[in-house]
Design a binder for this molecule. Structure first.
Ligand SMILES: [Zn+2]
Length: 258
């Protein structure tokens, strides 16, 4: 009898010690990342690519992105070396000022002459060879906008319809494409809305403030390709709990894209 208890005890110890927690697996996974001049890339094989352009400017977006990418089996591309001019370290480290979500569209193509080389590398690393990639950009916004999340896919509402820059009467000089299938975008937003509303009483919008319809927005890199790209802005309150934020995003993405 005693012997059996010892055996069971030993087995339990082996199980706990041997079975890596999700955290540990994610850490080991991270260590296999390819380091780059802008941060790192973890290549995985699902149809998803998760992008974190503002890790140093928007709290916890890197953590959220890591967790989302891990759950989706997604390739992860993180800029955690360059920051916006508004960042507190900009004056002491001006060489690392670069907004990785602000491209230079000249009306025909993207220009790189005035940009750091690492940013061009970052965008080249987003391009996958397999077709029909779904690229998810993770951003953070302040709570004071009153939105739990805001989905950017190159559209805003007008008279009950989601319209792109070519049709929306208030698109001004913006010329961005619609970067994702709109029924999927709505499905994603509806699912995310249920979670953000339940979690903090704040709704999820599509193009509420961040429509990502400026051709210079990172998601527009995929304009005219077979890939879909979506920008998800998450309120600070939600990012304060990266695990919860990641679960919300994963479920929302899955509900739309499977
Ligand atoms: Zn951002």
């Amino acid at each position: 009898m005693n012997k059996n208890i010892y055996v069971i005890g030993a087995l339990l110890v082996i199980l706990f010690v041997a079975s890596p927690s999700l955290q540990a697996t994610a850490r080991r996974d991270r260590s296999s990342a390819r380091q780059t001049d802008y941060g790192y890339v973890v290549v995985r094989n699902s149809k998803y690519v998760v992008v974190v352009p503002h890790a140093l400017d928007e709290a916890n977006t890197e953590l959220v992105g890591e967790k989302v990418a891990y759950s989706l089996g997604a390739t992860l591309v993180v800029n955690n070396k360059y920051f916006k001019a508004t960042n507190s370290r900009a004056s002491s480290d001006p060489e690392h000022i670069e907004d990785f979500n602000e491209l230079d569209w000249n009306g025909y193509s993207y220009e790189w002459d005035d940009r750091v080389e690492a940013m061009h590398d970052f965008y080249l690393d987003l391009d996958r060879s397999n077709r029909d990639t779904v690229v998810v950009f993770i951003h953070g916004m302040r709570d004071s906008y009153g939105m739990g999340a805001d989905i950017g896919a190159g559209v805003k509402w007008y008279n009950g319809e989601l319209l792109g820059t070519d049709e929306h009467p208030n698109s001004g000089s913006y010329t961005g494409c619609i970067t994702a299938d709109l029924s999927r975008v709505q499905q994603l937003a509806n699912t995310l809305d249920r979670y953000t509303d339940r979690y903090c009483g704040m709704s999820t919008y599509i193009g509420g403030r961040y429509a990502a319809w400026d051709r210079n927005t990172g998601t527009q890199w995929f304009c005219g390709t077979d890939d879909e790209s979506i920008q998800i802005e998450l309120a600070r309150t939600i990012r304060n709990n990266p695990s919860v934020a990641a679960k919300m995003v994963v479920r929302a993405v899955r509900s739309a894209y499977g």
